[in-house]
Design a protein around this ligand. Sequence first.
Ligand code: VG1
Ligand code: CO
Length: 546
Amino acid sequence: MYKIEEVKTKPFHDQKPGTSGLRKEVRTFQQPHYLENFIQAIFNAMPGGVKNSSLVLGGDGRYYNREAVQIIIKMAAANKISRLLVGAGGICSTPAVSNMIRKLGLSGGIILSASHNPGGPDGDFGVKFNIGNGGPAPEKVTFNIYEKSLALESYLIAKGPDVDIDTIGAVYEICDMRLEIIDPVKDYVELMESIFDFNLISRLLHGGFRMVYDALHAVTGPYARAIFVDRLGAPEECLRNCQPLPDFGGGHPDPNLKYAKELVDIMNSPTGPDFGAASDGDGDRNMILGRGLFVTPSDSVAILSAHATDVPGYKKGLCGVARSMPTSTALDMVAEDLGVDCYETPTGWKFFGNLLDAGRITICGEESFGTGSDHVREKDGLWAVLFWLNILALRGVSVKDIVLTHWQKYGRNYYTRHDFEAVEPEGAHRMMRALEEKLPRLSGSVLASRKVSLADNFCYHDPIDGSESCNQGIRIIFEDKSRIIYRLSGTGTKGATIRIYIEGYTKESSLLAQDTQVFLKDLIDTSRQISQIEAFTGRKEPTVIT
Ligand code: VG1
Ligand code: CO
């Protein structure tokens, strides 16, 4: 019924994977051969080759997800992949894919998602490739994929009818490939049960404690229903926007103060719920809110690490922790207190993989609403939510109590990220080059009455495989622990996105409850002056502040 064809093609030159996979506008992916080329490049670059390989495939349900699944099924069969598992409906969250690869010992996985970017015909689409450890392909693999994409002359596809991907348990033979349609939720729920004290959390949710979870119409809806309502017994009303939609209901599936504003408003009401959380398009990010309080992701990873032994899965303590370079140094102080190592990696989850595999770290996180542990090789939104619930259930206190107690002990790292999106790329690159040239003069200088202790362009030396990843962001670190960091995004799809990360630290108890933008005002002003961002880009104010 299926006939393998070799289709002649020409390489596209813009298929270089960014921070996490290839992310482009849907329209770009809809061009003839565009998706096919990238998938063929992945198959050609697969570590270990395609022969006898097994893959899992799923996506966040965004526009073009179903079409892409059909194309990839037929290409996998033609390329002689031996076993392909597809999440029913073409659905699977990023952490669930990671779990599936590990649990079933697969060779890798393909995730169809542009994560937190908007969806729909005018939105974005993306493809991520994960390797056999369950994590995002490391740079040596993504560089190889790119090289293969540039050399492509043809791709293989099995021509034939579309497959019914909606029946869990269905098994097909396509060419010589075994195709299985699987439940994308079940194994993930079992994994969560093996880590957290579900009975304790269930008692909390039955005892007057009110939570609300917002899936932003993205992939975590079915996972949240299975866990919070079906398994833990929370009322249905605790779920918001839990029906996945191809255009995410017109919103950005990005859990932050701007794009999850409805949830933030609910949590800011004096009579609001005790706990609020949200996740992104593909389910790997999380936002945590208490009543009237937003927990910064940098604080969240520090607090979870400090309370790790509250959770059955981490009873033995942590072997080490890690954070991405722009993430605040709140985690470093917890690590010092626990007597474990704290690693600093470039932005992007792929850099945690080696440390996790080598047993050097247990928990890690990024300022961009990503938190995770060695339970999978991706950041994991619902895992972070359950971690918080487990701590709250055990301690019987509020989110605010936990956060204030933490600040009193360690001090507070005020933190904000200013994003300048869709900037004209030429200006953005010139600004970064100018900053780089200024670095030697900045070291040791005094800016707005703070002495600069280090100014450099971050270069990472992987302690496990010795690889080097340079040009990962401009760091300006001051003697009082304040930091200003500049990076260009690797996930934006329109023009360039400049991210400026600003951090200030205090241990003064009278200064612990300030407004973040007010506390950081002089550092924010300094960050604009040093970079001359307005002169280079014409932008005065950021598009998004988190
Ligand atoms: C952004 C975040 C980064 C995160 C990446 C992928 O990358 O800053 O921390 O790992 O998105 O997250 P960039 O290059 O745009 O700054 V996800 O939820 O899109 O997998
Ligand atoms: Co994501």
